[in-house]
Design a protein around this ligand. Structure first.
Ligand code: BES
Ligand code: MG
Ligand code: ZN
Length: 476
């Protein structure tokens, strides 16, 4: 393949981890609001009066420290609230990470497994900081948690660090996360896990028959490319495809400033599949994994593709460009067609594909599309259980007509825009004809304001639900 580009690696961030096993950690009690009166009644009178003086009620994430009578810390309590509060706020216990004094804590009582894992994972995720450009004035919070008894600490740490990688990639602005840097990050993950990886760049995309990736990325001074990683040599073939638009100006159909502001996150699909791939490799799944990322910048220049251009895709289907801002489905079309040629057992696509998906479900819930009822049911159930909420949307066949412009096989941007997430999904599905299982996630990749364990900024979604749901469906 082509010669290596200059590498600007993503700076290594501190690994999210549980505190090591050491004597002297502070017992941390997780107490639901309903249980609180009985719980505190069973404590020494001084504790009861102290809690009353502070007005503690065990609301979700509320923190109470209990003194030991000699000026030390005997224990701490974090409120688990009531069922309604827990339904409204995921990872609420993670508020304790910044509210508690520095030190090492351990969960003092047994929690049901799901609540325990949510508390432990939330604790790790709350320790994530994006500090590449500005070191915080105060030291990072250091209320740390020991791995809870009975929990799979390695699995939880792996999942948390996959999410941290996704966040780092999305948070890094486009000047430092262009196609070159996304490639460097991709190669670094491959190298760390002994995966084989290659990149097809610039004009080589034409000889490799990846014309849509070449055309969409052609306006940028930073060469477009396709990143391709393979890992594992036994088990079902699982292929992940992620949209890697490092910045989406909209192209000649330029986005207004208000819509362009967040478009560094338009490689959120690539960031999420790369995090997911890292987790799969670290968890040692018995699969033949492949990861494909079309990495481009949707820029404006004399080399821009235009509305009304008709492009021929790798698969041979012709596409009329009605809007250069519908670029994601174009680069994905070639990547999906390439992936589909070896008929993998399962193909998962993740992309910040449409504004329509956000209008439909908001920032929190990720719509996904699949024809596989078994996977769909598992994804929704597991997503709810691990608090990675997803909702199935339909590949509504009657809308197929909307993506057929007459002058070409496909239209990249149907005129009225109705059902925009569905028509985009139908467009992608046209490029998957051999793989028996296909699912596409129209993700957001962003958290708009600080929430427990979910700081404002880049955000993964769907990956944790997939980690729970895929093994059963693939028969692992
Ligand atoms: N990257 C955007 C979609 C997007 C916008 C995701 C805002 C999340 C938040 C995508 O490339 C795009 O611009 N899509 C257009 C498609 C339309 C022109 C058919 C959209 O959704 O408006
Ligand atoms: Mg766009
Ligand atoms: Zn885009």
């Amino acid at each position: 393949m082509s010669s290596a580009p200059p590498k600007t690696p993503l700076p290594e961030t501190a690994r999210l981890s549980f505190a090591p096993e050491e004597p002297g950690s502070v017992p941390l009690h997780v107490v639901a609001a309903d249980d609180w009166p009985d719980w505190i009644a069973a404590r020494p009178e001084a504790d009861r009066r102290w809690a009353e003086a502070l007005g503690f009620h065990a609301s979700l994430g509320e923190v109470l420290t209990l003194p030991d009578g000699a000026g030390g810390l005997a224990a701490a309590v974090v409120g688990h609230g009531d069922a309604r509060a827990r339904a409204r706020t995921r990872f609420g216990i993670a508020r304790a990470v910044t509210a508690l004094p520095a030190g090492v804590y351990h969960l003092a009582d047994d929690l049901p497994a799901d609540a325990r894992d949510e508390a432990a994972l939330g604790w790790l995720l709350a320790q994530y900081r994006y500090d590449r450009y500005r070191k915080p004035a105060d030291a990072a919070p250091c209320a740390r948690l020991r791995a809870p008894a009975g929990a799979d600490a390695h699995r939880l740490e792996t999942i948390a660090n996959a999410e941290a990688l996704t966040r780092d990639l999305i948070n890094t602005p486009a000047n430092d996360m262009g196609p070159d840097e996304l490639e460097a990050a991709f190669m670094a993950v491959a190298e760390r896990h002994g995966a084989r990886a290659e990149a097809i760049r610039g004009a080589d995309l034409i000889t490799a028959n990846l014309p849509l990736i070449h055309t969409v990325g052609g306006a940028s001074a930073r060469a477009p490319r396709l990143l391709d990683m393979r890992w594992g040599d036994t088990g079902p073939r699982l292929t992940l495809v992620g949209k890697g638009v490092c910045f989406d100006t909209g192209g000649l159909n330029l986005k207004p400033g208000s819509s362009m502001g967040l478009m560094k996150k338009d490689m959120g699909g690539a960031a999420t599949v790369l995090g997911l791939a890292q987790a799969i490799m670290e968890l040692g799944w018995k699969v033949r994994l492949r990861v494909l990322v079309p990495a481009v910048e949707n820029a404006v220049s004399g080399a821009s593709y235009r509305p009304s251009d008709i492009l021929t895709s790798r698969k041979g289907l012709t596409v009329e460009i009605n809007n250069t801002d519908a670029e994601g489905r174009l680069v994905l079309a070639d990547a999906l067609a390439l992936a589909d040629e070896e008929a993998p057992d399962a193909m998962i696509c993740m992309a910040t594909l449409t504004g329509a998906a956000r209008v439909a479900l908001g920032a929190d819930i990720m719509p996904f599309f699949t024809d596989d009822d078994t996977l769909a049911t598992a994804l929704v159930a597991q997503g709810a259980r691990v608090r990675d909420p997803l909702w199935r949307m339909p590949f509504h066949e009657p809308y197929e007509a909307l993506i057929e412009p007459g002058i070409a096989d496909l239209d990249n941007a149907p005129a009225r825009g109705l059902g925009g997430a569905v028509t985009a999904a139908l467009f992608l599905r046209r490029f998957v004809t051999e793989a028996p299982l296909f699912a596409h996630f129209d993700i957001y990749g962003w958290q708009g304001s600080d929430a427990p364990a979910r700081p404002k900024g880049g955000q993964g979604s769907g990956a944790r639900a997939l980690i729970e749901a895929l093994p059963g469906r693939l028969g692992l």
